[in-house]
Design a protein around this ligand. Structure first.
Ligand SMILES: *Cc1c(COP(=O)(O)O)cnc(C)c1O
Length: 356
């Protein structure tokens, strides 16, 4: 038998979450964002469950090629565009839609020898100051691209830095309006938060990512509790050791936790080398043998320790859910000072993954 830690990917949850995203933006086309190996779920494992989408958005050529080789014929969007002019031959071969965020990319498109025009997403800077043209540069970039034989359909694309707050999209929407003035163009603006919470941002194509995997774009599970979204990833393991502590006994590295009285502790085969966050503090929720309990002491590379007081029946071999339906990944993330996105993406290669 191998180590008992297993991540299970629920394909029904993925299908269901895609339907929830569609209902939230019923008049838009939908890019399913599967970058970062489908947020750690495994692009090859999940893409068929999301095949009801209109397109897949990602940023590695390898992932795009994999989808084409598996038979996906509909659109694929490269969210960061191409990184070097040489790659345009591959974009041409695999018929990939590319974001264009910089002038050098326009020049590269002008020079490239393509078999047919490529569809492009002109990326504007909505105020986040990562990728994209400033609003006042958009019209010029648009005209340059529109004049190129190598360019097919064009869409204006922007991304929100704070779409979990309603006020967070006011300024970006003003910048987008300024940029789009006089352009009769399709638009793609909305990430998960905007897809769920800001219908006036939906326009032609929405681009949800995190909600497809059943976690909250705000980092707080309560914010999506009524949305019907279901966690797509469950991380389970087992208790592999028991310790009976006396008052004052310490647990784990740094003796970060000491028992206040007699206490039974379970040792779980799961540590930061599996992707469990090392910063998870004492009190982080854990589901042990059907009961909610909590982590105590420091997270080690290969083990965590949990309080068995609420579940005296638990013993060696008892099931532990680190995150999933009972303990939401957002709860573990927020206790640890991070977001569900990071935990999903950080699932370690050594964890066995099952698909259900
Ligand atoms: C990652 C990403 C998304 C999806 O974001 P979520 O918050 O996961 O919905 C959408 N658009 C762009 C450009 C992205 O990089």
């Amino acid at each position: 038998m191998s180590r008992p830690i297993v991540a299970t990917i629920d394909t029904n949850a993925l299908r269901h979450n895609l339907a929830v995203a569609r209902q939230a933006a019923p008049h838009s086309h939908l890019w399913s964002v599967v970058k970062a190996n489908a947020y750690g779920h495994g692009i090859d494992r999940v893409w068929q469950s999301l095949a009801g989408t209109d397109g897949f958005a990602l940023l590695n050529l390898e992932e795009a090629i994999l989808l084409r080789e598996r038979g996906w014929k509909q659109p694929i969007l490269l969210l960061e565009g191409f990184f070097h002019p040489d790659e345009l031959a591959i974009l041409d071969q695999y018929r990939l839609t590319t974001s264009v965020h910089s002038n050098w990319q326009i020049q590269a498109l002008a020079k490239a020898k393509l078999s047919a025009p490529l569809d492009i997403y002109l990326k504007m800077n909505s105020g986040m100051n990562r990728l994209g043209f400033q609003p006042e540069q958009v019209q010029q970039a648009w005209s340059k691209l529109r004049a190129l034989e190598n360019v097919g359909e064009m869409t204006l694309m922007a991304h929100f830095a704070e779409s979990e707050r309603s006020e967070g999209i006011i300024e970006p929407m003003k910048r987008i309006e300024r940029a789009a003035e006089g352009l009769d163009c399709p638009r793609s603006l909305a990430n998960s938060a905007a897809t769920l919470w800001h219908p006036h941002t939906h326009y032609d194509w929405v681009r949800p990512g995190i909600i497809l995997y059943g976690a909250s774009p705000s980092g707080q599970w309560q914010d999506i509790a009524s949305s019907g979204l279901k966690p797509a990833m469950t991380l389970n393991s087992e208790i592999i050791g028991i310790q009976n502590l006396k008052s004052g006994d310490a647990v784990g590295y740094g003796a970060r936790y000491r028992a206040a009285g007699e206490q039974r502790i379970g040792v779980v085969a799961c540590g930061y080398a599996d992707g469990y966050p090392r910063h998870a503090p004492t009190g982080t929720p854990v589901w042990v043998d059907g009961v909610r309990s909590e982590l105590v002491g420091a997270v080690s590379m290969d083990m965590i320790t949990v309080d068995l007081t609420p579940c005296p029946q638990a013993g060696i071999g008892s099931q532990v859910e680190l995150w999933g339906d009972n303990v939401k990944i957002d709860e573990v993330a927020s206790a640890s000072g991070t977001v569900g996105y990071e935990l999903m993406c950080a699932l370690a290669p050594r964890v066995t993954v099952k698909v259900s």
